[in-house]
Design a protein around this ligand. Structure first.
Ligand code: GDP
Ligand code: MG
Length: 341
């Protein structure tokens, strides 16, 4: 998903490297230092030459703000063009600046290595830690109840099916609650997934109270000693107030361990704004970003975790059940900056 951003970052990184490389050159005095060693001394005490050489190699060059400011502007444009939210871009730039400026670069050290290290650390700082669902389930009381929410069409139902399949493969027992009772079609959709995956599903008829369905699902999980409850919900309510009160009631009745906010990477900065709004009003424990396969810019993935200070749990990467990957900040950073350093 990060193809476009990766290319842009490479250009920004080269620009940073060139700026530092060009402007922070060894001073004339430093370069002249070696020839200044009295020739007569050299044969008599070669160790002195070695010492001076060592001194030159160990001498450090200090990177100034001026050396990097133009290149950092380029990096900022790169990030914004890739849909990275402004506060997140600001945080990345500030981090890179702090780690480069005032830094003592050893003469022998590659500028690119310095720049890549600064960029990697900056990205890791904004991406946060990720969320290991398997580990969470292993270390919490069962059933672990997970509520999936988010606006309509972003991929909640598909994600519930994918996560169900993912957890089943890891040996956990799963029950799905068909909490989108808004349309009969929605119940049918999740039912088809559950049948295909061989996962138990609890459903009521269309128009039923979603809280009642999810309450029954939790009761089923308790009485059958099921490990995980996955609750699908509708994203479409008549008004925002209605959405809030519905979700409020579901939360009271079902008492989820985790509220997972689902949005689509293709929504870019809109997804970041929506996630922040959702976090303010309902609160989320983690985020799943779908349709990452259709988004080459990658900005939403980088911005959401930083903006709402909640971890990304999975990326949805296609329409099949296996198209889901646990989100790993390390892996993303490696994909963006690793490989060719
Ligand atoms: N390409 C792609 N399509 C997805 C992904 N996740 C969901 N979709 C598609 O997005 C559409 C809406 O998904 P759905 O799960 O019904 O969304 P919901 O309304 O939030 O429950 C469907 O056509 C899904 O196949 C994904 O990761 N990649
Ligand atoms: Mg749905």
């Amino acid at each position: 998903m990060f193809g476009g951003l990766k290319e842009r970052l490479r250009a920004a990184r080269e620009r940073l490297g060139t700026s530092i490389g060009e402007t922070v050159k060894p001073t004339a005095a430093l370069e002249a230092a070696a020839p200044e060693i009295p020739a007569a001394v050299t044969p008599a005490s070669p160790s002195l030459v070695d010492k001076v050489k060592l001194l030159i190699i160990d001498r450090e060059l200090v990177v100034s703000d001026k050396d990097v400011s133009d290149a950092l502007s380029v990096l900022e444009m790169t990030l914004l063009e890739s849909d990275v939210a402004l506060p997140t871009s600001d945080a990345i730039i500030a981090h890179v600046r702090t780690s480069l400026v005032g830094k003592h670069r050893k003469i022998g050290e590659s500028v690119d290595a310095l720049v890549v290290r600064a960029l990697k650390n900056a990205l890791l700082a904004v991406l946060g830690t990720g969320f290991d669902l398997t580990e969470y389930i292993k270390t919490h009381e069962h059933p672990v109840k997970i509520l999936f929410t988010g606006v309509n069409g972003t991929g909640k139902t598909t994600t519930v099916a994918k996560v169900g399949s993912y957890l089943k493969k890891q040996g956990f027992s799963v029950v799905i609650g068909a909490g989108d009772t808004f349309r009969a079609g929605a119940i049918e959709q999740i039912d088809v997934h559950a049948q295909r995956l061989g996962i138990k599903i609890i459903q009521h008829q269309a128009g039923a109270d979603p809280s009642a369905v999810l309450f029954d699902t939790v009761q089923y999980a308790i009485s059958h000693k099921i490990d995980v409850v996955l609750a699908d919900t509708a994203g479409r309510f008549h008004t925002k107030a209605n959405l809030m009160s519905q979700l409020g009631k579901i939360k009271r009745v079902m008492n989820p361990d985790l509220v997972v906010y689902v949005d689509e990477a293709v929504a870019g900065n809109d997804a970041v704004v929506r996630a922040a709004e959702f976090e303010r009003t309902i609160g989320a424990d983690a985020v799943v970003l779908t349709k990452a396969d259709m988004d080459s810019r990658g900005g939403a993935a980088i911005s959401i975790a930083h903006t709402i200070k909640k971890p990304l749990m999975f990326l949805g990467t296609g329409q099949s059940y296996d198209d889901i990957i646990p989100f790993s900040p390390q892996q993303v950073v490696e994909e963006l900056l690793g490989g060719d350093t």
